[in-house]
Design a protein around this ligand. Sequence first.
Ligand SMILES: Cc1cc2nc3c(=O)[nH]c(=O)nc-3n(C[C@H](O)[C@H](O)[C@H](O)COP(=O)(O)OP(=O)(O)OC[C@H]3O[C@@H](n4cnc5c(N)ncnc54)[C@H](O)[C@@H]3O)c2cc1C
Length: 348
Amino acid sequence: MKAIPYDYLIIGQGLAGSILSYHLMAEKQSVLVIDNHHHQSSSRVAAGMINPITGHRLSLSQDFEHYYAVAKQCYASMGHAIQTELISFVKQRRLIRNTGQLDYLGKRLEQPEYQEILHDFDESPTEFHNPQIGSIGVNSSAVVDCKQLLDSVSVWLEQHSALRKMKVNYQDLKNEGQHIALGEIRAKAVIFCEGAAAIANPWLNHLPFKLAKGEILSLKLEQDYDGRLLNWGDWMAPSSSSQVVKLGSSYEWNDLDLTTSEETAEKLLTSLHENTHFSGEVIEHQAGIRPASKDRRPFIGAMQNLNNAYCFNGFGSKGCLIIPFYAQLLCDHLINDTAISRELTKWL
Ligand SMILES: Cc1cc2nc3c(=O)[nH]c(=O)nc-3n(C[C@H](O)[C@H](O)[C@H](O)COP(=O)(O)OP(=O)(O)OC[C@H]3O[C@@H](n4cnc5c(N)ncnc54)[C@H](O)[C@@H]3O)c2cc1C
């Protein structure tokens, strides 16, 4: 058996493995990605939203502008390389549901960091039913076409002989001192990017994940739709097809199987009908597991329990926003030996 050498072996081609492999290959590293193309991987199910404002308190995500600047640049450059438009900049309207939330909005509008983000309070918004209070526009909102990204990166990797479609059995992965071996494959290092499936990885199953199942519907709308992202706690987001929207999404921390439930679909549809004038035919109902961590920080860096191994995981429900930034960070670390903060490495 003749050994096939690579710089990096990446396990998993979700958003994390896709974006990381792109960065490493752009730096002229030889990469092999192995993926079992799970049709319910978190990245295949995701709505792809980048949304600066979250929660009842209308909080601006920490370091949002920083992550967003890197993400925009990354999706533009990847899109150019794989000849696909990956990111759309969308208008967002956010329903202000009650007087408590209106108080938060008042505070936010006085804070300098919200000035560029929140705009045009509308006391009688037409897009929502029962708009007790009103709605606010949210700038810096975008949607990443995750499915397109995964499919196009998959083709691009195959063109570079850098993809194998198979499941990695961890017992076949060996550390041989100077390198990692998997069958005839030899790599300077392996990078684990398996998302929630990492709990089956014997070197990663100690990590403090707080996995969260999410269900999401694709709807073919019956009404005309101008492509705006509508957010009322639940949300309706545009997709690559003009009359199809994503409606989501549920959070469930105990039942982590990948089945979908009629009850959840009904809840989402009721929420849509109660809050907006939209309705539509359900054309797809999916479930996925968000690879979230207990302290909401990703797990990134060299592993202590396996030499020549790195982890790139824990991106929770914000993968589209934060993976580009952290892929650049890990890539710089691997190539230029730049530091990774203890916050990201402490569990590895
Ligand atoms: C319902 C839902 C909605 C979401 N909406 C959004 C959103 O709007 N915006 C946002 O930013 N994020 C959203 N997310 C979160 C987002 O999906 C994740 O942050 C992101 O996709 C995680 O990517 P990942 O590559 O780490 O993991 P994954 O997407 O799970 O990818 C892991 C890959 O590794 C492969 N793999 C695993 N084990 C093996 C093995 N042993 N051998 C070979 N291959 C393997 C899997 O098949 C998969 O392809 C949503 C998630 C869900 C569930």
